[in-house]
Design a protein around this ligand. Structure first.
Ligand SMILES: NC(=O)c1ccc[n+]([C@@H]2O[C@H](COP(=O)([O-])OP(=O)(O)OC[C@H]3O[C@@H](n4cnc5c(N)ncnc54)[C@H](O)[C@@H]3O)[C@@H](O)[C@H]2O)c1
Length: 334
């Protein structure tokens, strides 16, 4: 299916990955974003809405009536709205309501309105920690957090809608993604932006656990390209696919790279207690994406970090003021 010229709905389109996806989709489609702006920012998509290139609906996917309204006359849904992992630790219920029930709401609405394609953006957290590597799509699902479990529920609903009702649904599983617009603040804050911000302020990185835990970091332009290529692939209907670089990197080595790149290689990390439910190892199997639709990540870790640091430095941010939002997170706090 060629997705150009289609009417497309992006849930969570004001968020980090969602807004980067909207930038690409808006080039050739009529795009509507639904977002409740709980973590998303209008500033991420204002450059498009101001010139009438996209429509924005401020609303919540927990609202079934609204889900029915926004899915009318839509050809493709990219479903990215989410409550994040760190929120799940202090507030498991909202994670369930948004990530699991919210997905079901959208599927019900999509079916009622005969939406042509439903692309569920899941998360590598559905696998839990690696039991074997590389982790292909057959890897067991043993999520360690309510977030991972709620994302898995969304996956299973999405595939059940294909098997039960014949809907054209699919599941795309990005691994850790980084790049422009990634969150550095509070509960949403991610590890790479936090390291960059702290390094720019001559502050040490805070590493939770021993730093030997690994992730398969993927630059956001690759993640977005992978999501779009998957969504156009007819063989993906009823299928699940990983989107990642296929390279394992430890958190400690990411900190070292960032601090070296910013000329702060002499600053030693502050070691904190491990985050509850933190996965030990993530290393994606990426063959299926290459075989089905020819996707391979293009941006190396070094290039991606250089691009991100450059983007961050040229934002005109007040790095000192931003540090105030970079709280060392207390997992029990709401
Ligand atoms: N960032 C990563 O490293 C990563 C990795 C794997 C998978 N993913 C997946 O990618 C998707 C996007 O993640 P992200 O990092 O861009 O997150 P994000 O927090 O930046 O974006 C989520 C968006 O959803 C919106 N939202 C939250 N609750 C909502 C609700 N009830 N109704 C409507 N909108 C709501 C938020 O305001 C935000 O704009 C998620 O589905 C996530 O599971 C992210």
């Amino acid at each position: 299916m060629d997705i150009r010229g289609k009417r497309v709905l992006v849930t969570g389109g004001a968020g980090f990955i969602g807004s980067n996806l909207v930038d690409e989709l808006a080039r050739g489609n009529r795009v509507i974003v639904i977002d409740n702006f709980s973590s998303g920012k209008l500033g991420n998509i204002r450059h498009l809405s101001d010139k009438g290139a996209i429509g924005i609906v401020t609303g919540d996917i927990r609202d079934k009536v609204l889900c029915r309204t926004v899915t009318r006359d839509v050809d493709v849904i990219y479903h990215l709205a989410v409550q994040c992992l760190r929120v799940s630790i202090s507030d498991p219920e909202i994670n369930h309501e948004v990530n699991a029930t919210g997905t079901l709401n959208l599927l019900m609405a999509a079916r009622e309105n005969s939406v042509g394609r439903f692309v569920y953006v899941s998360s590598s957290e559905v696998y839990g920690t690696a039991l074997r590597v590389p982790m292909d799509e057959q890897h067991p699902n043993e999520p360690t957090t309510v977030y991972g479990a709620s994302k898995l529920a969304g996956e299973k609903y999405t595939l059940a809608y294909h098997r039960t009702y014949g809907m054209s649904t699919m599941v795309v599983i990005p691994f850790n993604t980084y790049g422009p617009r990634e969150h550095f603040e509070g509960a949403q804050g991610e590890v790479i932006p936090k390291f960059v911000l702290r390094a720019l302020n001559n502050e040490p990185p805070h590493i939770f656990g021993d730093g030997a835990q690994t992730r398969d970091f993927t630059y956001v332009s690759d993640t977005v390209r992978g999501i779009m290529m998957a969504s156009e692939c007819d063989m993906m209907i009823g299928q699940t696919v990983n989107i990642a670089r296929g390279e394992e990197v430890s958190i400690r080595s990411i900190a070292e790279k960032i601090y070296r790149k910013l000329g702060k290689g002499h600053i030693s990390p502050v070691m904190e207690t491990a985050r509850p439910g933190d996965v030990r190892r993530h290393f994606a199997g990426v063959e299926k994406a290459e075989k089905l639709f020819g996707f391979r990540a293009e941006v190396s870790i070094d290039d991606g970090l250089d691009r991100y640091i450059e983007w961050f430095k040229t934002r005109g941010y007040d790095f000192g003021a931003l540090m105030k939002e970079d709280v060392v997170f207390n997992w029990e706090q709401k």
